[in-house]
Design a protein. Structure first.
Length: 118
C-alpha cells in the first residue's frame, strides 16, 4: 500500500517539538506516525497510530521519548483508514525496530512505503 508521509510546508521533516500541533491541518487527522532522531542508523524512536494531534501531544510529555531529544527528534504521519492501521503499525515496527514501545496490535503486517522512499 502506498501512503503519503507528511512533511512541513518547506518540504522538510517536522521537528517533533517545534511544529504546531494546533494547526488546522491536523483537525481530525488519524493514521500512523513515526518519531525518529538524527544520527545513528537505527534511529526510530516510536511507531504508533491514532488521532495524530492527541497521540503526539501525549508523546511530547513522555520521558522515554524525551530521552532522545538531544539528538533532534522528527515526526511524520500518514492518513490511513482505521481498517489498515494495525497492520501498517506492525509492519513499520518490524521494519524499523523502534526504541520505545514494545506492544503491537495483533494483526498481519501490511507493507507500506517508508518515509523518504516514495
Amino acid at each position: 500500500m502506498h501512503v503519503t508521509w507528511i512533511k512541513s510546508a518547506t518540504n522538510t521533516w517536522c521537528n517533533f517539538y517545534l511544529f504546531n500541533l494546533d494547526h488546522a491541518d491536523l483537525d481530525g487527522v488519524e493514521g500512523v506516525y513515526l518519531i525518529w532522531h538524527s544520527g545513528e542508523s537505527n534511529n526510530t524512536v516510536y511507531v504508533g497510530q491514532g488521532n495524530i494531534r492527541d497521540r503526539l501531544t501525549q508523546h511530547r510529555a513522555d520521558p522515554n521519548i524525551k530521552a532522545y531529544a538531544e539528538s533532534g527528534l522528527y515526526v511524520t504521519w500518514a492518513s490511513v483508514d482505521q481498517q489498515y492501521r494495525d497492520g501498517i503499525e506492525v509492519y513499520l515496527a518490524l521494519m524499523l525496530s523502534p526504541k520505545v514501545g514494545s506492544r503491537l496490535p495483533d494483526a498481519d503486517p501490511i507493507l507500506v512505503n517508508l518515509p523518504g522512499k516514495e
